[in-house]
Design a protein around this ligand. Structure first.
Ligand SMILES: [Fe+2]
Ligand SMILES: [Fe+2]
Length: 235
């Protein structure tokens, strides 16, 4: 990993970081340059509520735990988690402008769904305001809402960390927390299944990238021997 910090004078590289001892809970202090992370946190606190900020810290910590579990770069995981919602509470018109001005591939549905704006907008601002250069971190932020097929390990880790962070409270969250540390593919399958079903129930249109991700992880789940619960005739 190499990213340039705020002010573009401080450079950060993996070799110096990977030699640092691993810690139990809040790894941010020992792993990453305190000054840089402090600057990130200061910016975040200035643009989001306390609740959203706490969520960001929780997702960062969860992402590090998943990175440790699956052998991903824990520093990238921490930064991606910390910054993933950086645009979420900005005025919606500002988010929309960032989406429409982005050179990234953004489907029609995403262009017209305000709840999804902050992923693309967040990736844009991670690059411009936080000076993140690592494409995997930027891509993880960009796809943390809609997913896609062929996700990188970091993209999957952020997607799941956002879903299972300690502040999340939904019916199956405990099961998801367990599954995320047992089998990444099956956890992604369950997460996408929930997301698609939820969109259907709400009569929301579904971005093609989400469907592609759902299809990919469903095929993996079938291959792993998972059986559907419903039986009977299908068309
Ligand atoms: Fe988000
Ligand atoms: Fe989030």
């Amino acid at each position: 990993m190499l990213f340039t910090a705020i002010g573009s004078t401080i450079h950060y590289g993996t070799p110096a970081l990977s030699s640092v001892n691993r810690c139990g809970k809040d790894c941010s202090q020992s792993l990453l340059n305190k000054k840089i992370i402090g600057q990130y946190k200061e910016i975040l606190q200035g643009r989001m509520s306390k609740k959203r900020y706490t969520h960001s810290l929780n997702v960062a910590m969860e992402a590090v735990r998943l990175a440790d579990r699956y052998g991903a770069d824990r520093d990238n995981a921490y930064v991606a988690g910390l910054l993933h919602d950086n645009a979420k509470e900005l005025p919606i018109e500002q988010q929309r402008a960032l989406v429409l001005g982005s050179a990234r591939e953004v489907c029609e549905i995403e262009q017209h769904t305000p709840a999804l704006f902050h992923a693309v907008a967040g990736a844009e601002l991670a690059a411009s305001d936080f000076h993140i250069e690592n494409p995997d971190i930027l891509s993880a932020i960009r796809y943390h809402t809609i997913a896609r097929d062929g996700m990188s390990l970091l993209e999957q880790i952020l997607y799941l960390a956002d879903l299972i962070s300690i502040d999340r409270d939904y019916k199956d969250v405990k099961r998801m927390r367990k599954l995320a540390f047992v089998d990444l593919d099956l956890a992604m399958y369950e997460a996408l299944k929930f997301s698609v079903a939820d969109s259907v129930a709400r009569m929301n249109t579904i971005p093609p990238q989400t469907m592609a991700a759902y299809n990919q992880y469903t095929a993996l789940a079938v291959k792993a021997g998972l059986k559907p619960k419903l039986k009977g005739r299908s068309r």
